[in-house]
Design a binder for this molecule. Structure first.
Ligand SMILES: Nc1nc2c(c(=O)[nH]1)N[C@H]1C(S)=C(S)[C@@H](COP(=O)(O)OP(=O)(O)OC[C@H]3O[C@@H](n4cnc5c(=O)[nH]c(N)nc54)[C@H](O)[C@@H]3O)O[C@H]1N2
Ligand SMILES: Nc1nc2c(c(=O)[nH]1)N[C@H]1C(S)=C(S)[C@@H](COP(=O)(O)OP(=O)(O)OC[C@H]3O[C@@H](n4cnc5c(=O)[nH]c(N)nc54)[C@H](O)[C@@H]3O)O[C@H]1N2
Ligand SMILES: [Mo]
Length: 713
């Protein structure tokens, strides 16, 4: 988008760009409203002894944080401090945050909200292709593909600019098939809508492959030349008889056959998954089942064909590459790989032995806060877990158990309301940087104005803290341990004990020279390029100038003078053998099945006019008018059975908690399933109900299915 400053005000205008073709959704158009919003934070807030958040100077706020962190680490070890990031942060900020955790805090505990978002697709992509780039081809390829299968994606509401490519595709004679338990705005445009029971996508995929095999639609040459592991998959899917999968999922055999044929006989085909398929305790295996199907049909690397996942947040791709993930170093390197450690430690000017090891995924991290073995201080940058975390009431109580909670935000989010210190930070229009979009294309974000007085950038906040943490000499704190904190007296009260700044005896020797944390994003990006060089997500050849002189640069791009990589996999896959890998996967039931007490399936998602935890969009007048409150979508037959009418207040209860919101009757949802969007806090909070069961590989929570009881409130 292009942003014009007319009379000192920022306006958002679309720009004709291949990805969005000049389109922008309402949330984009209205984003400028938050820049000068009355709720905008312009001064740090520090909780006073009476428990109120009160304005304070930056020095007071940063000193309080540094003292609190020191106190906690001195008493409980380095891992007693944790960091939580976000996929909305620029590449520079995501990188700096990971470095801050490992170098300034020397904690292993950092993870981020992308764990709720991209982790299942990422893990499945990595194990099949050796790389996790959401779309391994430009988005415009979608407009030219013969058959497009969308599994658990509702781009008409979640990525409106993408819909133009789908319109193009059908105008050229292509077919669109949508798999969703609801007849969404996206599914309405499809040639065929499969409406499975939530949590049965894996079985559906295996049945599609079963049919493709029996009907001779497999690309045998491709499978032989470019893949490995097909035999085990063939044996597995042999057991997925379409009639049995119909009974399990509710998708008619005829529709399964039509889908398999549409994919297997088209000249080109694309299979895309999004959160509907991925946010399950078997999300990784579900994605693998669709990747298997794509590989068996010979799609990845072929023109206008392949598998991809639709990445969610503004920087959902770049945010997952540069080290805010618990097990990751910049460039998509593994933190337990000695070669990766040596390289990154070299760039950071530290001994590789000083780098902590892997931490734990987001939910495990939040669920351990304030417990005897868990971190006692948390810094949050770019997330609002009080609303967005699964089983949110439990997470909220863990946050309350902390000795120190710090939130950097530009608004008083529900999570900021619990903080001991809130730091007011700059917004998108006030900061330079880069973002990597869902195609793996690195783009520039340009600052259009200065942040308001009193506001600092996230990079400046990290630098200010690193500075303070470095400037106290002394002996090292107890080293990171994986089996709990250093022995000490447990602190149970929620107190921030300001340690004297001179407490010299226990704190680590200075390791964070101030210039280790530059505040200029261009300098940070230059360092990121070096840190990522040679990694999977290699940005070494990406420069800000190069991005500006093109429509963005696709990674991997190792050489400033060499080509970038809009399309991957044409000849080879970045696996050790150069072949893509099949994974045989079996359907299994949801972590929580329906029963007499909780007889209905509950699933969650999004609406067009609200974004994520709603911290931003609930404050924009036009968006609030369009979607003023939460709701529970249910089928009229179910509603009649429960004595619920349109607009009645209903209670949705699971084993973990309940939500209350008005009923919205819709004949387009399965009668055995109810749906609620997750954008609202308080009584309507969908995550009071959701299940915190996790995928064993990715740590993805089961946001998309649990068992509930529904009644009139
Ligand atoms: N308006 C708006 N746009 C957004 C966002 C937002 O909050 N608001 N968030 C952004 C982010 S971070 C993300 S990750 C993306 C998410 O983009 P999407 O994945 O498109 O969004 P969701 O609504 O979470 O889920 C998509 C669909 O999955 C369906 N679904 C639920 N359970 C199942 C299931 O078991 N199987 C299948 N096949 N489908 C199921 C839901 O009915 C829903 O229509 O959107 C991005 N864009
Ligand atoms: N039930 C259910 N729950 C879900 C999902 C679901 O489908 N169902 N989806 C999950 C998914 S995919 C996602 S991505 C998460 C998202 O949920 P969250 O992680 O809560 O994401 P946001 O609401 O975008 O929160 C971002 C916060 O950071 C602030 N912020 C924005 N930009 C910046 C910045 O540059 N710096 C700083 N310091 N702060 C910033 C915003 O004001 C806001 O308060 O929710 C997950 N939760
Ligand atoms: Mo997301």
């Amino acid at each position: 988008m292009v942003l014009r400053d007319t009379d000192g005000r920022i306006e958002v205008r679309p720009r004709d760009f291949p990805t969005n073709r000049g389109g922008l959704c309402q949330k984009g158009w209205t984003a400028a409203e938050l820049l000068d919003h009355p709720d905008r934070l312009t001064t740090p807030l520090v909780r006073d002894p009476a428990g109120e958040l009160r304005p304070a100077s930056w020095d007071v706020a940063l000193d309080r944080i540094a003292d609190g962190l020191r106190t906690v680490q001195r008493a409980h070890g380095r891992d007693a401090v944790a960091v939580f990031g976000g996929g909305g942060l620029t590449n520079e900020k995501a990188y700096a945050l990971g470095k801050f955790a490992r170098v300034a805090l020397r904690t292993r505990h950092i993870d981020y909200n992308g764990r709720w978002c991209m982790s299942s697709a990422a893990a499945a992509g990595l194990r099949a292709f050796g790389i996790d780039r959401g779309l391994p081809f430009p988005l415009t390829d979608l407009g030219r593909t013969g058959t497009l299968l969308l599994v658990g994606a509702n781009p008409a509401e979640t990525m409106p600019p993408l819909m133009r490519h789908l319109t193009d595709q059908r105008a050229r004679g292509g077919r669109l098939i949508v798999v969703d338990p609801r007849l969404t705005a996206t599914a309405r445009q499809a040639d065929l809508h499969l409406q499975p029971l939530p949590g049965t996508d894996l079985a559906v995929a295996n049945a599609l492959l079963h049919i493709a095999l029996t009907e001779g639609l497999i690309d045998r040459e491709y499978v032989a030349a470019r893949t490995e592991g097909f035999d085990a998959v063939r044996r597995t899917v042999a057991g997925y008889w379409p009639a049995e999968v119909e009974r399990l999922s509710g998708v008619p055999v005829a529709d399964l056959e039509e889908t398999a044929r549409a994919l297997g006989t088209a000249d080109s085909a694309v299979i895309l998954t999004a959160r509907g398929a991925e946010q399950h305790a078997k999300g990784v295996d579900t994605v693998s089942a669709y990747v298997n199907l794509a590989l068996a049909l010979g799609l990845p690397g072929r023109p206008h064909s392949g598998y991809g996942c639709l990445t969610g947040q503004g920087n959902g791709q770049g945010g997952r590459e540069h080290g805010q993930k618990a097990d990751q170093l910049p460039g998509y390197r593994k933190i337990d790989d000695p070669v990766a450690r040596a390289h990154v430690a070299g760039v950071w000017g530290i001994d590789p032995a000083e780098l902590p090891g892997p931490g734990v995924p987001a939910y495990q991290l939040l669920d351990s806060l304030g417990t005897p073995d868990g971190p006692r201080a948390l810094l949050v940058f770019g997330s609002n877990p009080v609303v967005s975390a699964p089983r949110a009431a439990r997470v909220e109580s863990r946050l309350r158990d902390l000795d120190l909670l710090v939130v950097a935000d530009f608004l008083r989010s529900e999570t900021a309301e619990l903080a001991d210190v809130v730091l007011p930070v700059a917004q998108w229009a006030e900061e330079d940087g880069t973002m990597t979009n869902l195609e793996g294309r690195v783009l520039r974000r340009r600052a259009l104005r200065e942040p308001p007085p009193g506001v600092r950038t996230d990079l400046a906040v990290l630098a200010g803290l690193a500075d303070r943490l470095a400037d106290t000499p002394g002996a090292p704190v107890p080293a990171a341990t994986s089996d709990g904190p250093a022995p000490t007296t447990p602190t149970t009260a929620r107190t921030v004990v300001p340690a004297p700044r001179t407490a010299p005896d226990h704190f680590p020797a200075p390791r964070t020279a101030p210039d280790r944390f530059p505040t200029d994003p261009r300098t940070v990006f230059a360092e990121l390029r070096r840190a990522s060089a040679g990694g999977v997500a290699d940005y070494a050849g990406v420069t800000w100038d190069r991005i500006e002189s093109t429509d963005g640069v696709f990674w991997p791009c190792p050489d400033p003078d060499g080509p970038d990589s809009p399309r991957l996999f044409a000849d080879t896959f970045p696996t050790p053998s150069g072949r893509a890998r099949f994974h045989a996967v079996q359907h299994r039931p949801a972590a929580e099945e329906v029963c007499a007490d909780y007889p209905l399936h509950f699933t969650t998602g999004r609406v067009l006019a609200q974004y994520q935890s709603g911290a931003q969009t609930r404050r924009v007048a036009a968006l609030h008018r369009a979607a003023p409150h939460g709701f529970v979508e249910l089928h009229p037959d179910l509603a009649a059975r429960l004595g619920i009418g349109e607009g009645d207040e209903v209670r949705v209860a699971s084993r973990r908690g309940e939500l209350r919101a008005p009923a919205r009757l819709s004949p387009t949802i399965r009668p055995d399933t109810v749906f609620a969007p997750f954008h609202w806090p308080g009584a309507a909070r969908a995550n009071s109900v959701t299940n915190d069961a996790l995928d064993p590989v990715s740590g993805m929570p089961e946001f998309k299915i649990c068992a509930v009881r529904v009644e009139r409130a």
